[in-house]
Design a protein around this ligand. Structure first.
Ligand code: NAD
Ligand code: TYD
Length: 352
């Protein structure tokens, strides 16, 4: 791979994307990293203040559903690689507004595939289109012995997972039909710093901080497989550089938790960090109406990635969760800005 390449990272102002941008900008000073982001409610340039002045970093404000704009970006920069993370990412929002998920996750992905195909058609060598996807495309598991493998059939059950499954299919179709060099990874639930507080872990942390009810859907029996976001970013680095052409890799930390057990653990860590008597935060737990079509269990078998590419998760869950809680407690302003919407002003101040 070209050691002076220019890489387009989409969705780099979001939760996972910002960790990927930071890793690539700092680890590969010879690469030029272009972060393309629409700055939806989930995109926040405050996630990147530490690296925004780096000479190998550029921000582009734009929408992946705009084909003409995407094509012009490929003309402006001579991209060798694309790491595509931009998406609508929250299952609950997909239930209330599926069309937004079709537009960004499906149409947006096809626009990027088309632009890459057209820009690279004369020479695919040294090129790579990496689609960052989710384990939710595989559906839900019932048998506790079962795990999602790369060969597991797709069975998406929410509008979010259906849109991600569709985009995965398009990526594979472009590989098969046009020989576009692609790689896909399907990762389990991430947690860590900069996670938007609509998702389970940051929502609970924020509510505990403010003594608000902790809404647990249904009986809290659903199981998720949690991975620290920086471990996901490290996996993306390894797969981008060493993954096989046309291959798929599942990413996960073999770390399954029932939602209710996870919320109990978070309450314990938060009580400790806030100097409250143990048992204070647990009293805030409130069982609420279950999510429509709520998937029971996700669990990733990450053996292919571990054995073939030598990646492994670096953090134990309790350690990662403690670091995450500490980050939110030390960054109350970030949390305040994203919950009040003030973070959008950062873009206006810095880039307008
Ligand atoms: P996020 O919602 O935090 O960030 C998404 C980013 O994409 C935001 O910065 C947003 O502004 C940008 N974006 C949205 N629509 C856009 C558009 N039309 N054009 C340009 N930019 C747009 O999401 P995340 O949790 O960081 O997830 C990133 C990717 O990883 C997604 O593709 C998601 O499906 C996948 N993923 C997430 C998880 C998880 O646990 N969060 C797990 C596995 C895979
Ligand atoms: P979430 O963080 O939305 O991720 P995903 O739906 O992609 O797995 O939710 C994680 C789990 O937590 C999921 O089983 C739904 C549940 N949940 C709650 O019980 N309460 C909440 O307020 C939220 C946001 C999620």
């Amino acid at each position: 791979m070209d050691s002076n390449q220019t890489i387009l990272i989409t969705g780099g102002a979001g939760f996972i994307g910002s960790h990927v941008v930071r890793l690539f900008v700092t680890k590969y000073p010879n690469y030029q990293i272009v972060n393309l982001d629409k700055l939806t409610y989930a995109g926040n340039l405050e996630n990147l203040t530490d690296i925004e002045k780096s000479p190998n970093y550029t921000f582009e404000h734009g929408d992946i559903t705009d084909a003409a704009y995407i094509n012009s970006l490929f003309e402006k920069y001579n991209f060798s690689g694309v790491i595509h993370l931009a998406a609508e990412s929250h299952v609950d929002r997909s239930i209330t507004n599926p069309m937004e998920f079709v537009m960004t996750n499906v149409i947006g992905t096809v626009n990027l595939l088309n632009a890459a195909k057209n820009a690279w058609k004369s020479d695919f060598s040294g090129k790579r289109f990496y689609h960052v996807s989710t384990d939710e495309v595989y559906g839900e598991l019932h048998n506790p012995e079962e795990f999602f493998l790369e060969t597991t059939s797709y069975d998406p059950r929410s509008p979010y997972s259906a849109s991600k499954a569709s985009s995965d299919h398009f990526v594979r179709a472009y590989h098969n039909t046009y020989k576009l060099p692609v790689v896909i990874s399907n990762c389990s639930n991430n947690y860590g710093p900069n996670h938007f507080p609509e998702k389970l872990i940051p929502l609970m942390i924020n509510n505990i901080m403010h003594n608000r009810p902790l809404p647990v859907y249904g009986k809290g029996e659903n199981v998720r497989d949690w991975l620290f976001v920086k471990d996901h970013a490290r996996a993306i680095d390894v797969i981008y550089h060493n993954g096989g052409n046309g291959e798929t890799y599942n990413i996960g930390g073999f770390n399954e938790w029932k939602n209710i057990d996870l919320v109990h653990l978070l309450c314990k860590i938060m009580d400790e960090k806030l100097g409250r008597p143990e048992g204070t935060s647990v009293k805030l737990i409130t069982y609420v109406t279950d999510r429509a079509g709520h998937d029971l269990r996700y669990a990733i078998d990450a053996n292919k990635l571990m054995k073939e590419l030598g990646w492994e998760p670096s953090l134990q869950f309790e350690e990662g969760l403690t670091q995450t809680v500490e980050w939110y407690l030390a960054n109350k302003e970030w949390l305040q800005n994203v919950t009040s919407g003030d973070y959008t002003k950062y873009y206006e101040k810095m880039y307008k």
